[in-house]
Each structure stands twice: as structure tokens, then as C-alpha cells.
Design a protein around this ligand. Sequence first.
Ligand code: DQA
Length: 146
Amino acid sequence: ARISVLNGPNLNLLGTREPEVYGTTTLADIERRLREQARRQGHELDFQQSNAEHVLVETIHEAWRRQVAFILINPGAFTHTSVALRDAFLATRIPFIEVHLSNIHAREPFRHHSYLSDIARGVICGLGALGYELALQAAIHHIRET
Ligand code: DQA
């Protein structure tokens, strides 16, 4: 099946961006690991990053047209602001897992609320880059079961 990984604003800076919070793994490292993991298990992976909310919304619409089976999304700061991303998931009904590198609940209060968590299949946060790999494993499991 086709699985899509979406990354929101500032995640292109991973590796150098606040390494004490987000670690030193780059987004390219994460992409490489996930592609390998998906390939080994016979799935196709799309991997994208955008700093623009409308591009992420349109990517979700496009995923719907392309019959993407599952989305992993780290929405970055849009987690805490974007009704539009929430509505895109409600409109397309594509199942998704929300991923955060940092433990958003251990940080500033404005990061504790997510516009996506209550409509996500699951949420992984605080486990760094490993969270993406665990989320992909869960997505593949979900696809097998359905
Ligand atoms: C993040 C957490 C968000 O609060 C923040 O705005 C990010 C990254 C994370 O992966 O920990 O950009 O989504």
C-alpha cells in the first residue's frame, strides 16, 4: 500500500534546530530509515516537508486522490493552531498517526493542545526520531488488519 509521511514547518531544520529538544538526526536521516523500513515490508512511501499550511492541506487532498492508505504527520507548530489541517483529515477520512519528536506535554502550555489528537488513530511523542519508525510500524500493522 501507499503510505505518506508529512512534516510541517521548521522540520527541514532538524539536526541543527534546538538539538537539545529535537536531537541531531536530520529529516533526511529519518526519510532514509523510513523508506528502507517500508521497502522491506513491501510498501510505497511518500515523504514530504512544507513550511506552508496550504501545501500540507493540499498534500492531504492529493493523498486522498492517490488512495494513500495511511498518513504519518508531524504537523510542527500547526499542531497547535490549524483547524484547516483538522478539517482536511475529517474531509478525507484518511487514517493517520500524529508524531512529535519532543514530549509536547512536558513543554510550554500552548503545546499541550493539539487540533489533531482526538481524531488521530494514535499519537506518539517524546521518543525522538524513533517515534516515526514506531508510527510506521503501527501504520503497516493497521493496513494488514484492514
Ligand atoms: C514538534 C512539536 C511542536 O510543538 C513544534 O512546534 C515543532 C515540532 C515536535 O516534533 O516535537 O515544530 O511537532
